[in-house]
Design a protein around this ligand. Sequence first.
Ligand code: AMP
Length: 600
Amino acid sequence: MIVGIDLGTTNSLIGMIEKGRPRLFKSEQDKTLVPSVVYFPEHSAPVVGDQAQSKKAVEPEKVVFSAKRFIGKGAKDIQDWQRLVPFDFSPSTDQMVRFKVGTKSYTPIEIGSFVLKHLKSIAEKELGTAVTKAVITVPAYFNDAQRQATKFASELAGLEVARIVNEPTAACLAYGLDKKAQGNIAVFDLGGGTFDISILRVTGGVFEVLATNGNTSLGGDNFDEALVQALAEEIQQQTGNDPMADTIGRAKLRLECEKAKKALSQEVEFSFSFKSGDHSFSKILTRSYFNQVIEPILQKALEPCLSCLEDAGMPPTALTDVILVGGSTRVPRVKEFVRETFKREPICTLDPDEVVAIGASVQANILSGQTSGMLLLDVIPLSLGIETMGGVVSKIIHRNSTIPTSATEHYSTYIDGQVSVDIHVLQGERELAQDNRSLARFQLKIPPLPAGVPKIEVEFIVDANGILNVRAMELRTGQVAMVTVNPSYGLSDAEVETMLMASFENAETDFEKRFLIEAQIEADSLVRATQKSLAQGAQLLNTEQKEEIERAIRRVERSLTTKSREEIKKSCEHLSTVTEKFAQDLLNHALNNALSDKEI
Ligand code: AMP
């Protein structure tokens, strides 16, 4: 059995398909929506969901929410957020954001794992059996690090990830749009705090995300805030009391405004009342008044929608479907806005809060083999590449590529007269060969030619079963060498995980090492080329010029021992400057020679 999980910024849900119908599990509060909020009591285990939500106002320093915004991110990524959220981020590092709570600190991965563990227990309670495998959704724009971090959170919670699915893809699955032969679908997702717009193409059950856009601080919360602002002054005038003067009054007004907003999604009028100090305020709020209040906020969604259409390369008329996702799409004016922008009636027959979780459950059902006739796509878990000069990795197929797939790269030699090249096939995300997994080694014979002249084509082909075929060919002679490997053989999911975590943690130092090696190789080949030219064109230089070039060569050679990229760069620039005229003279000399016995 596999469950489907929508791990949301504000709320999360868990479900499965039972007898062909979606079933979302309910919390103790009898709700399918579980706030993605974690409360850390002083002396007991973390508490998740509605109970944690209720602690937000009372003990804010012990509550972490919206952790999804920070998943897969480091200290540098959070600068803009620091003044917007009440967290103490002080233990964060460049690799990982951390939330300080009391004397402890937690990563977004750990917060995610607490939420997932809680969801798992909700499902287990209802089913009376253990739940160990899940499909988890992520925003379409999540990068590898964020997807991997989500996977890691799930595994920490004791849930093996059967598949990570894009949220808009899940929404399409919930509406059965995968059964369409072909279509272009816009998924408009307006939640409490975030807005995402995605355009997908479906062809024979396969979804491709064509473009995504959005605004990470636009949502229903802004509607509540706008209504607060609109009413606060009126309340003060009528009651003589400023409802915004203290935090409790402000929070109360905000809750009342959210209530009014929700009511106005059903009714065209709402009788709003609010107690401020000893006085009561009341007013009939109409839907059209509310629409006016939120219009400037809604207009902020227009530009991302238009850019998304442009990036997808299609006018609105090319869309076959528009789907609504997220609680705020219940607002009638939002539906109207979507209709106006995309020139099409949006689909909204499912609960917009549940669409993504239902889609995740549909995917879980497919993966557990309950539905037949579906085309399943698989991806490569780790990148594949070869070792190049200096022990650096050249990636040829990137991880998460859908299989079957193939890619070709071209290389050359480094040393004059080389008669063979070693092809070392590697798997992993690290920058240096030694830190990746070695899959195979083979040799390609080549004719002896000056460095850089042979043209070696390396082709990686991964078939539908995940088997990798590597073919190397010297293009001048047609000489070929090949090898076949099964890259996933012998690697458990846990090992893949470990390798990926290592690649995050070491990313910065790995790149530093790689850049240094690349600079050393470049400097070395510059010295070789200059020495070769000095031997060939000595007659074009006087003693002084020759000595200056030789001194510059020695400076580059010395810089290679310093291991300072900056010094290597400077010495190479110096060598290039002092050889500039010599290079020009050599070129002219060669041209004169070439033309001397030709008649024009
Ligand atoms: P989500 O992040 O998708 O759970 O959406 C939560 C947002 O939807 C919050 O801003 C809610 O106030 C808003 N919301 C939920 N129900 C309604 C409703 N009936 N009408 C308007 N907004 C709603």
